[in-house]
Every structure is written in structure tokens, then in C-alpha cells.
Design a protein around this ligand. Structure first.
Ligand SMILES: [Zn+2]
Ligand SMILES: [Zn+2]
Length: 349
């Protein structure tokens, strides 16, 4: 995820020009040596949001109506789909195509998640893939867990992020009128979709109190953020690398569960154009793939791109770390006992 999470446009992208102007040439500064310039406004906002979110968890168990909690979990899933199936797989990577109604649905979901407009998010994400684990990577995991998780949103961006970002072609997304509309009116649409309507709905539909509705919605928002952030942090640091052992992104089950299938990150960075972002795409750990497949079945999603088994196999043998699961019969790693114990039915002619 990954989905990379960008974040609150107004909150996070100010003063970048100033950073560029004062920048020390990146080639003489190792990531660990660079002095971070903290953005205290963001630190205070995130501290406030997290405090409210923790109180929201308490209210869920203490006095809120059960419908409010169920509703928050559903919104978390829908908002996440707007990031994973929308900003990430559809728009950043163009791994499938979607008709207008589905693009509108995904844009609404995406706005509920408040991770910046799709265009802004996708620019950061394309830079993340092209310059992964370098200073130009907005959430460079070489700087450690905290930085790649949330720290990158609490300080000024490295000048390389901005400079390299300018070289990324985003014309395909600007040409989509739905995305251009979302980007243009984001600071009006986002507060309505992420905060106002999600708070009002429980109050008017099942008489929830304002405090309960507000705090639990903030918890829902923070949960979506952390699920996405884990893709940038945990899935870049912990897990096996069956597809490419030379890169940091790893296969991480926990992240896949929380981020609706985005934790199969070694595969994703190896084959970023696969709409499943994983080899097998089991729905239990890849809700986003189930969502896309459902819409493919009714014809709203089409041109789904995926990687052939043969291509995956060749890559695993060439660059994998040896942790890939057994391919099937006659896989070179298949245990010898299988040959003895397997039940093989020979049809008699
Ligand atoms: Zn990606
Ligand atoms: Zn990544």
C-alpha cells in the first residue's frame, strides 16, 4: 500500500521549494547523515489524531453502539480499497482498466481514505518504485522502520524526492477527468468524504452521539493510514524474498491481512504491473484482488494484467532467495517423499 501513503496535501507538502534551495548535494550525504528538518505542525496534528483515535477505541468498547463500530470497520475496508484497488493497482500501475462507474466508486472510496488525491499519491508511488530505497524514495526504508512508516510525513522531504518526481510522467492521470476533478477540489471533497459524512451518518441513522461518531471515525481513519504505512515500513524490512533477493521489499502476511493484500511486496516490486500484486492472490489475504475480480466478472474492470507461471518460475530461479513455495510436481525443491507417497491414478486404457 505501496500503498505508499502520502498524506494530507495541505499538511505535508508545504515549503518543499525551500528545502530544494537549501539542499546539500545528495551525493555527499548518506541517508543516515542527513539532518532532518521537522515539521512541527504535522507532528502536532498526528499526535492529536492518534490521541482521539485511542479514545475512539475506548468508546467502541465502553459506550458506542455496536453499529458504529461495524460501520467504522466497513468504512476502513472501503477507504482502503480506494487506495489499494484504486490509487495503487488501477492508477499508479495501470495493472487493469476500469469503466467510468467503477472509476467514480474508487475515487469516492479513495477520498474517504484521505491519503492525498490519486494524482498526488500516484506520483509519490511511481517515484517510490523507480527509485526504491534511495534518497528519491519518499519513504526510503534504508532510514529505518519509523522513518518509512510515518517519520517521512513529519519532516521536510529530501530534495531528490521532488526533483525525481518532476521527471515522472503523470499525463495519463491528468487526462482522466474524474481524477482531475478530485485533484482540483480535493480540499472540499476530502473533508466531506473523510470526516463530515462519516461522522454525521451514525448520528442521523442510528442516533449515535457526536463524540462517539467523531472519535470512532478518527480511529477508522488512523487505522487505514497505519495499514498503508505498514506496506512502506514492515513490508520493506521483514519477510522472505522468493522472487528477488536483491531488493528490500518482502513477503509479509500480517501486512497483507491489514492492507487488503498489499503485503506481498517482494512479488509486487518484481512484477508491479500484476493486478493481484501477488502470485496466487488468495482472497483471504487479498481482498483487493477479490474486489477487482468481482468487477471483472460484471464487465466493469477489464484488461487485467498478470504474470504467467512460467515467467514467475524463471524469475524465482534466477533471483529468488530460495524460499519460494513448491511449484508443483517435479519442482526442483519438491521433497523426495512426495514421489514415494503421492497417490497417482493411472487410467487404464
Ligand atoms: Zn506499487
Ligand atoms: Zn514498496
Amino acid at each position: 500500500m505501496a500503498p505508499n501513503i502520502s498524506i494530507p496535501t495541505g499538511v505535508l507538502h508545504e515549503h518543499d521549494e525551500e528545502v530544494v534551495a537549501k539542499a546539500i548535494p545528495p551525493e555527499v550525504v548518506k541517508p543516515s547523515d542527513r539532518k532532518l528538518k521537522l515539521v512541527w505542525r504535522n507532528i502536532i496534528i498526528f499526535a492529536y489524531l492518534h490521541t482521539v483515535a485511542v479514545y475512539g477505541i475506548y468508546l467502541m468498547f465502553a459506550c458506542a453502539k455496536i453499529a458504529t463500530s461495524i460501520y467504522a470497520i466497513i468504512l476502513y475496508q472501503l477507504g482502503s480499497l480506494g487506495v489499494t484497488a484504486g490509487a495503487h493497482r488501477l492508477w499508479s500501475h495501470r495493472s487493469y482498466k476500469a469503466n467510468v462507474p467503477l472509476r467514480i466508486i474508487l475515487t469516492v472510496f479513495n477520498t474517504m481514505a484521505y491519503e492525498n488525491s490519486v494524482i498526488e499519491w500516484s506520483r509519490d508511488h511511481r517515484v517510490h518504485h523507480k527509485f526504491s530505497e534511495t534518497d528519491a524514495d519518499p519513504h526510503n526504508a534504508k532510514r529505518g522502520f519509523f522513518f518509512s512508516h510515518v517519520g517521512w510525513l513529519l519532516c521536510r522531504k529530501h530534495p531528490d524526492v521532488k526533483n525525481k518526481g518532476k521527471g515522472i510522467d503523470m499525463s495519463d492521470l491528468y487526462e482522466d477527468p474524474i481524477l482531475a476533478f478530485q485533484d482540483r477540489y480535493y480540499m472540499i471533497l476530502m473533508p466531506i468524504a473523510c470526516f463530515i459524512l462519516p461522522t454525521l451518518a451514525p448520528m442521523y441513522l442510528w442516533n449515535e452521539t457526536f463524540v462517539n461518531a467523531f472519535c470512532i471515525n478518527i480511529f477508522r481513519y488512523i487505522l487505514t493510514l497505519h495499514a498503508t504505512w505498514l506496506v512502506n515500513s514492515a513490508a520493506h524490512l521483514y519477510g522472505h524474498k522468493p522472487y528477488d533477493r536483491y531488493i528490500n521489499p518482502s513477503e509479509n502476511l500480517t501486512v497483507s491481512l491489514l492492507a487488503l493484500g498489499e503485503g506481498w511486496h517482494n512479488y509486487h516490486h518484481t512484477f508491479p504491473w500484476d493486478y493481484k500484486t501477488s502470485e496466487l492472490g488468495k482472497y483471504s489475504v487479498n481482498l483487493s484482488a477479490a474486489f477487482i475480480d468481482f468487477f471483472a466478472n460484471i464487465g466493469w474492470a477489464y484488461d487485467l494484467k498478470t504474470v504467467s507461471q512460467d515467467m514467475v518460475k524463471k524469475r524465482v530461479l534466477r533471483t529468488g532467495d530460495g524460499t519460494h513455495e513448491i511449484w508443483g510436481w517435479d519442482d526442483k525443491d519438491q521433497p523426495k517423499e512426495d514421489y514415494k507417497d503421492a497417490l497417482i491414478t493411472h487410467r487404464k486404457s
